[in-house]
Ligand binder design. Structure first.
Ligand code: UT7
Length: 338
């Protein structure tokens, strides 16, 4: 049995916000943002667009590319840090309804920007257990709704969008043999580096008369990050993930055809390339146009590379991600076999 990516899809909302647009509202410039991040613009969800509507569009494109009908999907795993609701019902359930995947289970997965890699790893396992079902793996983000648009050091980094892949197992005569190698990891000691407040860790004051909790004032939780710490972790981790995966295969990073690293900051990817003594051209790059779309960044990159013909069958690739948590992970495969 062999597990494969059968089709890819992606969706970027048509509305584009350039660095110059942000510079109208904040003390920043295209020159500063591009020189520190490699970003020129980002796509931003318009009124009426949400994490689920973008996810459904990417998923429909992936199903069509895979020639898979919604009824044949047995599971939908949706990686996101910016779900439609905070936090239930899951965005995956909303997408299941939008797509009409009447035979599918559905859940959200939260591993921040490493979410797609985590989700793909779960999907691989499910596909082996249920070889007659297809799995939809989606990364979708509506980050523009959780950013602090007055914080110039974080709001400039992110964008909205969605990417999806369809996974399926194919029966072949040999017993199941995994061709891909993978690793997942976490380091909770870095949990303060990228955060979104608004969960239950904030205690509510108690009314002195009744002893019942009350909310002092309504507020919208926002994302915050400590850029330097995240930058250093990202460079260290993305390089190590790739080196470790290649070592598992008995090969060197220079043997790879392409690396699909999470697009967090173009300067991070340049530093990773230098650290591994690799040409930058080994890395797929689209951050100048999409910015950091968190869990959606790797599947958007895969879909763009497939549709442009850059990602061809048999290519040796690594997908690698890192994010809040801290989380990290990677998969080394020969496209499109997992
Ligand atoms: O998926 C993971 C998500 N997170 C990340 O990937 C974040 C990783 N970190 C980074 O990408 C970088 O650390 C940033 C792009 C966030 C910041 O770049 P930096 O080179 O580390 O800048 P800095 O924080 O050291 O700030 C240098 C200066 C500061 O001014 P002062 O204090 O030296 O006067 C900042 O206030 O640049 C200022 N600054 C800006 N200036 C113009 C910070 N943001 C901006 C801005 N425009 N947008």
């Amino acid at each position: 049995m062999v597990v494969k990516i059968l089709g890819t899809g992606s969706y970027l909302p048509p509305k584009v916000v350039t660095n110059d647009d942000i510079a109208v509202a904040l003390d920043t410039s295209d020159e500063w943002i591009y020189s520190h991040t490699g970003i020129h613009q980002r796509h931003v969800a318009d009124v009426g667009e949400t994490c689920s509507t973008m996810a459904a569009k990417a998923a429909r494109a992936a199903l069509e590319a895979a020639a898979v009908k919604p009824d044949d999907v047995g599971l939908i795993i949706l990686a996101t840090s910016s779900p439609d609701y905070n936090t239930f019902p899951s965005t995956a359930c909303i997408v299941q309804g939008l797509l009409g995947c009447s035979n599918a289970g559905a859940y959200d997965l939260q591993a921040a920007c490493a979410g797609f890699v985590y989700a793909l790893e779960q999907a691989r396992g499910y596909a082996v257990l249920h070889p007659h079902q297809k799995v939809l793996v989606i990364g979708s983000e509506c980050l523009s709704r959780i950013l602090n648009w007055t914080d110039r050091s974080s709001c400039i980094l992110f964008g909205d969008g969605a990417g999806a892949v369809v996974i399926g197992a194919e029966e072949i005569e040999t017993p199941f043999e995994t061709k891909a190698v993978s690793l997942l990891g976490a380091d909770g000691s870095g949990r303060h580096f990228i955060q979104r407040t608004g969960g239950t860790m904030t205690s509510l004051p108690l009314d002195p008369k009744t002893g019942i909790p009350y909310k002092p004032e309504p507020y919208l939780p926002e994302l915050s990050l400590q850029g330097h710490e995240v930058f250093a972790f990202a460079v260290r981790t993305l390089a190590k993930v790739t080196i470790d995966l290649c070592a598992q295969k008995g090969e060197k990073p220079s043997d790879l055809d392409r690396i699909f690293a999470h697009q967090a900051n173009g300067r991070i990817i340049e530093a990773v390339a230098r650290r591994m003594d690799l040409e930058l051209s080994k890395f797929y790059l689209n951050i100048d146009k999409t910015a950091n779309t968190s869990a959606a960044s790797i599947p958007i990159s895969l879909d763009q590379a497939v549709r442009s013909g850059e990602l061809k069958n048999g290519m040796k690739i690594v997908m690698s991600g890192f994010g809040s948590g801290l989380t990290f992970g990677g998969i080394r495969c020969n496209w499109p076999e997992l």
